[in-house]
Ligand binder design. Structure first.
Ligand code: NI
Length: 256
């Protein structure tokens, strides 16, 4: 069930059955020579939609714009400022919380969103903590799809060190499965690995400014070899992630 494809009456009766909602979050940014600019939004949206096929759960509108300032020197990238993303998330949650939603599960496709999303959650909790009436306080959970243990193990087994950190074969594969008519037939240059130290220093897209970023990663990839991507891998990754998402979402709904 998708919120944007429902009527208000359908949402009203859904609220009698569940107080939870699944929210895909992504980014609109370059994804290397063969990756779609929408990759980070496409992947979590496809995972959430797959999970919603079998279960009575509600998927909210995808937040397709994220914080991606480091990719702004690549044409087509659109970045929100971290403070803008925080405001959008707060308004998204507080709107639905005012109608009775209580559990907000963010299924994320972009590392750069993690810090602003977590800060937005704390802003929301602070409003309730400072208020006299703390009834029906919403709870938020944040998971990036590649964090799920089986999904993570699968991408490692498929691509090992060629998974890299950006424009990864696993995300490109999943977008290929979701949009086979947009698979790009381009030849990629040599694979350039990045050091473990680099990965540590720039975990969760903690990158410097955009000119520096484009100079370091001229074709947009970070240590990845997305020429390995194929839609069959994408299907396996998507179905594995959707299964793990469902279990984790259920546990979140049932949490004390
Ligand atoms: Ni990505």
């Amino acid at each position: 069930m998708h919120l944007h494809l429902s009527t208000w009456q359908e949402i009203e009766s859904y609220l009698l059955r569940s107080k939870g909602i699944l929210i895909p979050t992504g980014s609109t940014e370059q994804h290397g020579p063969n990756g779609l600019i929408g990759t980070d939004a496409i992947c979590p949206t496809a995972i959430a939609s797959h999970a919603a096929l079998e279960t009575d759960l509600l998927v909210g509108p995808t937040l397709a714009l994220g914080t991606a300032q480091f990719n702004l020197k690549f044409p087509g990238t659109i970045s929100l400022r971290p403070s803008t993303l925080m405001s959008v998330v707060e308004d998204y949650v507080l709107s639905l919380a005012s109608q009775g939603f209580q559990r907000f599960y963010f299924i994320n496709g972009h590392g750069g969103n993690l810090a602003p999303l977590r800060s937005a959650f704390q802003e929301i909790y602070t409003r309730y903590s400072l208020s006299v009436n703390e009834s029906a306080v919403p709870r938020c959970r944040l998971r990036s799809w590649w964090q799920y243990p089986q999904t993570n193990a699968l991408r490692q087994s498929l691509y090992a060190e060629k998974e890299g950190a950006h424009a990864t074969p696993s995300e490109v594969a999943m977008a290929q499965y979701a949009f086979p008519e947009h698979i790009k037939d381009v030849s990629l240059g040599t694979w350039h690995p990045v050091s473990l130290e680099y990965l540590r220093n720039h975990a969760d897209d903690d990158h410097y400014e955009a000119s520096d970023h484009r100079r370091r990663h001229p074709d947009g990839r970070i240590g990845s070899d997305p020429s390995l991507a194929n839609p069959e891998d994408g299907q396996r990754l998507l179905e594995t992630a959707a299964k793990e998402l469902l279990l984790d979402y259920q546990a979140f709904l049932e949490e004390e």
